[in-house]
Design a protein around this ligand. Structure first.
Ligand code: PEP
Ligand code: MN
Length: 337
């Protein structure tokens, strides 16, 4: 539940309400907006029966939060969150573009890509060092060696860097090299991994599971935030449907739905959503127009030689054109790129 304080409620009144809730063994999360303060209550609210909190000084009203996710819920925190990552922020105001290869294949491949995406205007370099492949016989990633190349690319270009983590061991290694951890679609409900990512305190990009509902996705984010890590960005990357023309079906409606349900930023990955290079540009534009906070795009120096996801990877020229073409869409929604 949330307790909405009156616009003129004093700090003392807020402190009194907070104390009362905590004295019942419940957790309090304050959200101080420009006009009102919202006191979010996490835990078994039946413990507050008989406490007469509704008549405490400064209390306007009490609203039940029926959703099982609380701290990521917009009701707990009505203002959109802006997430600090590396030398930038993700959230309202700008469009964050994360670009790079599906997998880090070599130092040369990563460096070349880093400079190309940086020159085209990306602010993040993506690249997998631990690859969750469908087949155990496919390339599994360079692991820590790949992370070292990521850090080198970061130092050479000033780009922020993001890598997927697939285990607690990978988190332990990745936090030494990257600015942001990515939890992939296949691990969205790996609850132990989510908890570890929460404990790491490092910003997390949480991709939507292949067949996850939006509520399941937000509950996954709740696992991270409830470990004390509020720096979460969501990523819609397509869901599994009966349609086979594209690898997945991009659920563009997830963007406004997340906006309505959560204060967390949401970005879109049209590369994994479609699996087809030619469809990346129109869906990237649609995502920006729909209100996404950013994009994740795969790009490779030689898509036809890529060890994974070549068919959906853009050439550097295509990526550069995409960035130029996206600009009017960003301006239309009042964002910078
Ligand atoms: C990726 O971004 O490298 C990836 C594997 O994506 P997803 O988890 O969305 O399939
Ligand atoms: Mn990929």
């Amino acid at each position: 539940m949330i307790i909405i304080m009156r616009p003129n409620a004093s700090q003392e009144a807020v402190a009194k309400v907070t104390k009362l809730i905590e004295s019942k063994g419940l957790q309090v999360h304050l959200s101080k907006g420009d006009e009102v303060t919202i006191v979010g209550v996490v835990g078994d609210k039946s413990k507050l029966h008989g406490s007469n909190i509704e008549i405490s000084e400064g209390v306007d009203k009490i609203v039940n939060v029926t959703e099982s996710y609380k701290l990521v819920n917009k009701k707990f925190h009505p203002e959109d969150s802006i997430i600090p990552v590396g030398n930038t922020t993700i959230g309202p105001g700008n469009i964050t573009v994360m670009a790079g290869p599906c997998a880090i294949e070599s130092r040369e491949q990563l460096m070349e890509t880093a400079f190309a995406v940086k020159n085209a205007g990306a602010t993040f370099l993506r690249g997998g060092a631990y690859k969750p492949r469908t087949s155990p016989y496919s390339f599994q990633g360079l692991e820590e060696e790949g992370l070292k190349y990521m850090k080198e690319a970061k130092e050479a270009t000033g780009l922020n860097v993001i890598c997927e983590v697939t285990s607690a061991h990978a988190i332990e290694a990745a936090v030494r090299y990257v600015d942001m951890l990515q939890i992939g679609a296949r691990n969205m409900q790996n609850f132990e991994l989510l908890k570890e990512a929460g404990k790491s305190g490092v910003p997390v990009l949480l991709k939507r599971g292949l067949s996850a509902t939006i509520d399941e996705w937000l509950n996954a984010a709740e696992y991270i935030i409830s470990e004390g890590n509020p720096n979460i960005v969501l990523c819609e990357r397509g869901i599994r449907t009966y349609e086979t023309s594209t690898r997945n079906t991009l659920d563009i409606s997830a963007v406004p739905v997340i906006r309505a349900k959560s204060h967390l930023p949401v970005i879109v990955d049209p590369s994994h959503a479609t699996g087809v290079r030619a469809y990346v540009e129109p869906l990237a534009k649609a995502a920006v127009a729909a209100g996404a906070d950013g994009l994740m795009i795969e790009a490779h120096p030689c898509p036809s030689c890529a060890l994974s996801d070549g068919p959906q990877s853009l050439t550097f020229e295509q990526f550069e054109t995409l960035m130029k073409d996206l600009l009017p869409f960003a301006q239309l929604v009042g964002r910078t790129m």
